[in-house]
Design a protein around this ligand. Sequence first.
Ligand code: BGC
Length: 758
Amino acid sequence: MGWTVVRNQLDEESLLVNESLFALGNGYLGVRGNFEEGYAPGINSIRGTYINAFHDEVPIEQAEKLHAFPEVSEKLVNIIDAQTIMICFDDEWFSLFDGDILDYKREINMDEGYSERRIRWRSPQGKTVRLHFRRLVSFRTKELFLQWIDIYPESACRNIRVISYLDGDVTNAADPDDPRVASGHTKRTNTTDVFQDGPNHTVVNRTFETRLETAASVRIRTSRTPDVYSCEYHGEAVVEDMTFREEEHIRVSKWTVYTDTYRHGPDVKSEARTIHNELADVSIADVLTGQREYLHGFWQSADIQVEGDANLQTGIRFNLFQLLQSVGKEPASNISAKGLSGEGYEGHYFWDTEIYMFPVFLMTEPSIAKNLLEHRYSLLPAAKYRAKEVGHEQGALFPWRTIKGRECSGFFPAGTAQYHISADIAYSFVQYYFATNDMAFMSEYGAEILVETARLWIDTGHEKDGQFRIDDVTGPDEYTCIINNNFYTNAMARFNLRWAVKSLALVQDYSQEAFDRLVMRLGIEPEEIFAFQRAADRMYLPYDPERDIHAQDDTFLDKDRWNLAATPKEKFPLLLHYHPLTLYRYQVCKQADTVLAHFLLDDLADETTMRKTYEYYEAVTTHDSSLSYCVFSIMAARLGDQEKALRYFSETARLDLDNTHGNTKDGLHMANMGGTWSALVYGFAGMRMSESGLSFRPSLPKSWTSLTFHIRYHGRIIQLYIDHDAAEYTLVHGEPITVTHRAAPIKLADGTAVRAVL
Ligand code: BGC
């Protein structure tokens, strides 16, 4: 139960949404859920195939270009389309928009790793056929996109014709009226080669500016040799045309292998051939077994079971599955805001990774989390360059949105000004250390990131009246920009500065030699460490004593409140209907900001301040960003209101499945999907992690019977089962360990469940 998502609608809007929901991927390759046979004329579709980080450069047109405004953006490119397969019964082409649909079922199998469409169709002239389309993107052979179709004519049929296309003439999608989607630059690749290579047909495309190449190479297999076969090259497309005579069942499978310059070096063609040769003796059943085994491993550590709500259970699994499908698993890539499911935000990586998605992998599959950190580390030189460009003398300023490291945001108030991303990245390196105790990684990568980001804060901030202040930045809430002393930013910068100091001490403890090398390489002087500590100790955190809440920044609380109750429904999200300056002048939040700080840094406020802060910002937050609900859920649970936490959690778990933000067609909201996991583990299970260990404060909403999940921590696997009376902790793997349950230590050893009352 809860392992499939079923969607049978065929209206235009649902079809577009389903293209994202049915996207398949493996972190390297992503294919949207488009129909093989196409659509009726006039029906809108975003047909897309993407390779993570495979991008072109496009100009950012700045009408008034000021110093260090980015001029070039990196854009994920839609690559060669292999999805198309058309089927003709005598002279009637199969289409779901023609004839009668007698039966239709479309589903994704999240434990088996494939999607399918089962169709019983009557043609306009009355022939009945059954069709079973299946497809997958392989987790074991990352380059492989496999489709297979079983065709069963139920009426007499002389000829069944199957035509497969491989098309290099592709474009990206655009919407000039939505800032969350690209506004132009749709054609970004040209086909440079189309050729036959033994049984394979290959198309090679090259991007205009980055000159990156990708090859898509198709090999068709059929259950029997077609009676007629031809292959023609139509410009940039390969068209394979097969006719079968009087057959009861035909299976046609299409094996498409994608390679690209980043991962496979300059000879993308011969790499594709090699992969095809390796697959020559592999059957569909073998690939399916590989999918099942891979996913079995994933679900064993990542599955979360909620007893008591089947709809939420599906949402939870779907969100986890999509995260796995989208996350880069090698250092060339990260996880973009829409994963590999669509073109919203143009394939860019944001802070979404570190604060929303990274924790899921950190606690379930740390090797993937480590890759995400390594990828960020690889962008450090670009971040140091960017800091200089913006005017800093030192430090690393990570870009707000990027693929290869350059700042790709054209709107600096809600882009570059979000300096907090540098602290968020630093924070995730510390979280990795908490969860793994991996000192080798800390001395090789973590400490350097912490020092370079700490340097940014020293260079950005200044001391006034004994307080360290950070002016003119933007916090997470994008409806309030360029303000002084954003609480979230200052609190995260303080953590960053403290941990820069601590990390150096830890490295020195771990290895004097590693420490000496680091100090030499980064040119660290004792005075600098002192300056980090001093800035941290004097960090100003805005607080309003009258209301007993943390202020979002120096002026937020002085503004008039936006009248949310009087704002018509159709005016949301506000960003699409009001000039940014109008929004900036009011107390109105797009997303959690101060409340997020209270979640990430548990020791910033006492319970009363936390509660009052929560209530205050809840009243002025629109949740126009999908990154908001999960944080409000986590903090509602923290403050003991599990029913409210459940309401926010339901929005989170079902956001894409129910298209509640109205833009799932442009891709899935990956950060929110990560937030689903966080709301369960940090929210209802109340997990927190620090230097001193792992602690839990579990508490469930009334309608749930139980919550079960696993986490990996310090090389152990710990299972938690929570019901309304107790939490049961089991050490599934690893050495004995002590965790904290509601302030009481609990010793876990050798697979015995330890029950602790709530
Ligand atoms: C949010 C940002 C987020 C971005 C990408 C925006 O709408 O406000 O916080 O990073 O989307 O998901």
